[in-house]
Structures are given as structure tokens and as C-alpha cells.
Design a protein around this ligand. Structure first.
Ligand code: FES
Ligand SMILES: [Fe+2]
Length: 429
């Protein structure tokens, strides 16, 4: 089978099992880049990163460099970050502000919408057949935003962003609704992390309640001890976050996981976010000013955890975490972790959310170390036995109003991811 052209590659996944090859075969990885990441809507950045005309932020979509930029007309566009002359990156670094873009190789300049502005000694092109009209920076085929979250698709056709997100968009709604001023912004930098595992191994773990008490044994013990000893509220919060992984099977089995179309999913109920600290009560009061008591209770009562937008983004609405999953090779994945700030919330809330990121996502996190170690073990183990099969049949699911319901002990959300995988991979590019 030539996986580059053969749509039967989709047969490497069946309902409830996946062939080991899909985690390690470079040819399959290349096909995933084209058929999955080349088609789906991928998160690019947040509008708050580019508040004024000329502000830009760089990103990577399916290994291709792009620039998200606010134009003179106020519109946010996504351009391929490559000079039409000889291909150099036009923007470097994470972002900044420009009047116009200048390529630092031969000095071509471009307007904020990518249109060619000037070429040094342009007269040298006279009589060469050079076509100025073909020398603009190129727009990524489609870009759109949902409540401040900017997405782009490398495919000209396909479902629009709202259809792609479907009912899973409620997770982004909930995230924005939690801000007393009704808006979020990216605050601070991000953790840029590299994991030595296939991207799918990471996604399979997002609502896996069966691993926590095994994998995190080494961290939740000290976490529990620290939580009961801590006097300072932020230290206690951090320790409680670590200790939460000690929930037993019965507790994990009570967490509600919903699987949506196109591989998306979310999990509800995990980790207590409410607090009787004065700072938290102040936050609730501020939110009630905008939403009223009943609506505030509804927004804060929906305890959403690790919502997944297949294939490349996860948010944690309660603690304002945003993760961007970028596959780099079959056994190498980059994950960028951002924290959003709720506008109008007391400063302590943002400190708490940054503390959450430091506790579970930073390179020094004792929780993350557990997970990274096991992802690496899966990647190293998965190549054994050639083309054997791996099982995803644990736990059932039941049809619900907006998606299939299961629990954190069920692998239903994994099966859902692989139904999406198969749908993308079965279709010829
Ligand atoms: S590569 Fe950009 S100006 Fe030459
Ligand atoms: Fe974990």
C-alpha cells in the first residue's frame, strides 16, 4: 500500500482499535499533515495579540509559518510568512508592530494585507517577464474568528468555522462569559514545549480518568500533604491542583465526557474552582454585575475541563488555559501553552490561573513530568510487534442532545477522535 495516494490508509483505524503504525510511520504522518491538518480549522492566535493596525503575531499551521496581522482597515488576516521573492520568512520572533513588512533578505516591502509595496531597484526587472501582480504575500485560504479566537484553514473548501466548531463552541463561549467585562486577552508569554511523542498520544490522554491515579501517584501524594500544610491561598491552590489527580475510579467515573462531531470533546466536573477566598468572592460579585446571579451561577457552575478541538487546540475554560498542539514529526510534537486574562476580574484570579499553568504545564511541573514520561514510554513501546493493533474499547457511550455522553473512565472520546481521523484520512486530497 502506498500511503501517499491510497485512501485505504483509513483502514488502519477501526471502531475501537488502531493500528500501531499510525503513531510511528513517517509516511502516515505526512499524510496526516495534508489530509487532517491541511483541512481542519487550526487555531492561529487571539485577537487581543493584535489590537492595533500593524500589530502582528506569528504562528505555525501544519508546519507552515504564518502571520496573523491587523490591517489598516481593522480586519485580522492570516498570511503565509514567506517572501514571494526567494522564500525567506518575512516576520521573525513571536510578534510585534510594523507600518509595513520588510523582508530582511533583499528588502522587498509589503503592506499589512500582504500586497507588494516596493522592490529596491525594481527597474532591474524591466524586460524580464517579472509580473508584479504575482509578487504579493499570499493569504492563507480561509481565516475567521470566533469570539476573539482566530482560526485558519489551509483548505479553500470545507465547513465554515461555526459548523466546524459545532456544539463544542460552547466551551469558548463559557470561557469568554467568565470574564466580568465579557472579554479575554492573552497575557504574558507562553510555554513552548516539545514532547517526544506522536500528537495523537497526547490527545488520547486529555479526558483519560483511568491514568491519573497510576501515572500521577508520585505527584499527588506530596500534593495532598502540601495542601493540608499550606497557609497561603495560592500555595494551597497549587497543591490542591496536584492532589486532584488522586480521585479514585468511582469519582473519575462520575465525570461527564461529551464527544462531538469532527473529533471534538469536553469533560465536566473535574477540580474544584470555587473558593471562599475574598478574592474569589469579589470576582463572583463583579461577574454578577454584568450577568446577574442566576446566569453567573450557570456560567461558573459548568466546570469544563480540557475541551478539545480536534486536531490542534485545547482550552481549559475554568482556569483560562489554551494549548496549541503542533505535530512536527511522527514522534515529535510541540505544545504551546497560553494563559488568558479575564478583563475586569480581580488581579488575583489571573495570578491563580498563571499558577495553574505553572503547576500543570510548565517545564518544572511535577504533574507534567509524569505525563511526559508515560507519553514517551507509549511512543517507544508502540513500535514493538510491527503492525499489531491497540485497543480503545473501554467504556460505553450514549447518545445525548448535542453529542455522545460517557465518563472519564470511558475511551469513547478516543474512539470519537479516531472516527474523525478516519473521515479525514479516507478522503483524497
Ligand atoms: S527573499 Fe525576500 S526580498 Fe528576497
Ligand atoms: Fe495526566
Amino acid at each position: 500500500m502506498d500511503v501517499r495516494t491510497d485512501t485505504s490508509v483509513a483502514a488502519l483505524v477501526e471502531d475501537g482499535r488502531a493500528n500501531r503504525r499510525i503513531y510511528a510511520d513517517p509516511a502516515i504522518f505526512e499524510l496526516e499533515m495534508r489530509r487532517i491538518f491541511g483541512r481542519a480549522w487550526l487555531y492561529v492566535g487571539h485577537e487581543s495579540q493584535v489590537p492595533k493596525a500593524g500589530d502582528y503575531a506569528t504562528a505555525t499551521l501544519a508546519r507552515q509559518p504564518v502571520i496573523m496581522v491587523r490591517g489598516a482597515d481593522g480586519a485580522v488576516r492570516v498570511l503565509f510568512n514567506s517572501c514571494p521573492h526567494r522564500g525567506a520568512l518575512v516576520a521573525t520572533g513571536r510578534g510585534g508592530h510594523v507600518e509595513s513588512f520588510r523582508c530582511d533578505y533583499h528588502g522587498w516591502t509589503f503592506r499589512l494585507d500582504g500586497a507588494l509595496q516596493s522592490i529596491p531597484r525594481e527597474g532591474d526587472y524591466a524586460g524580464t517577464g517579472f509580473d508584479r501582480a504575482c509578487a504579493d504575500m499570499r493569504l492563507v485560504p480561509r481565516a475567521d474568528s470566533y469570539r476573539g479566537f482566530v482560526f485558519a484553514s489551509l483548505a479553500a473548501d470545507g465547513p465554515d468555522l461555526a459548523a466546524f466548531l459545532g456544539p463544542a463552541a460552547a466551551n469558548l463561549d463559557n470561557m469568554v462569559d467568565r470574564a466580568p467585562d465579557g472579554e479575554l486577552e492573552i497575557a504574558g508569554g507562553c510555554f513552548e514545549t516539545l514532547q517526544r511523542n506522536n500528537w495523537k498520544i497526547y490527545l488520547e490522554n486529555l479526558h483519560d480518568g483511568a491514568h491519573a491515579m497510576i501515572v500521577h501517584q508520585s505527584s499527588f501524594g506530596p500534593g495532598k500533604a502540601a495542601a493540608s500544610a499550606a497557609a497561603d491561598p495560592l500555595t494551597r491552590f497549587r497543591a490542591e491542583v496536584v492532589a486532584a489527580n488522586s480521585q479514585n475510579y468511582e469519582q473519575m467515573g462520575a465525570l461527564e465526557v461529551t464527544s462531538y462531531a469532527r473529533g471534538h470533546s469536553d469533560m465536566r466536573g473535574f477540580r474544584r474552582a470555587a473558593s471562599d477566598e475574598p478574592y474569589y468572592l469579589d470576582y463572583v460579585a463583579k461577574l454578577e454585575e454584568r450577568l446577574g446571579k442566576e446566569r453567573t451561577e450557570a456560567v461558573l457552575g459548568t466546570q469544563r475541563h480540557n475541551a478539545m478541538f480536534y486536531p490542534g487546540m485545547s482550552v481549559h475554560p475554568v482556569f483560562m488555559q489554551l494549548r496549541v498542539i503542533q505535530p512536527l514529526a511522527a514522534d515529535l510534537t510541540r505544545v504551546d501553552i497560553w494563559v488568558l486574562r479575564m478583563k475586569g476580574a480581580p488581579a488575583w484570579m489571573h495570578r491563580r490561573n498563571v499558577a495553574f499553568a505553572n503547576t500543570v504545564h510548565s517545564p518544572s511541573s511535577i504533574v507534567k513530568a509524569d505525563d511526559l514520561e508515560i507519553y514517551t514510554r507509549v511512543q517507544r513501546g508502540v513500535v514493538a510487534e510491527g503492525e499489531g493493533w491497540l485497543d480503545q474499547r473501554r467504556g460505553t457511550e450514549a447518545a445525548g442532545a448535542d453529542g455522545a455522553r460517557s465518563t472519564a473512565l470511558s475511551e469513547a472520546f478516543i474512539r470519537n477522535q479516531y472516527r474523525a481521523w478516519r473521515d479525514y484520512m479516507a478522503a483524497e486530497a
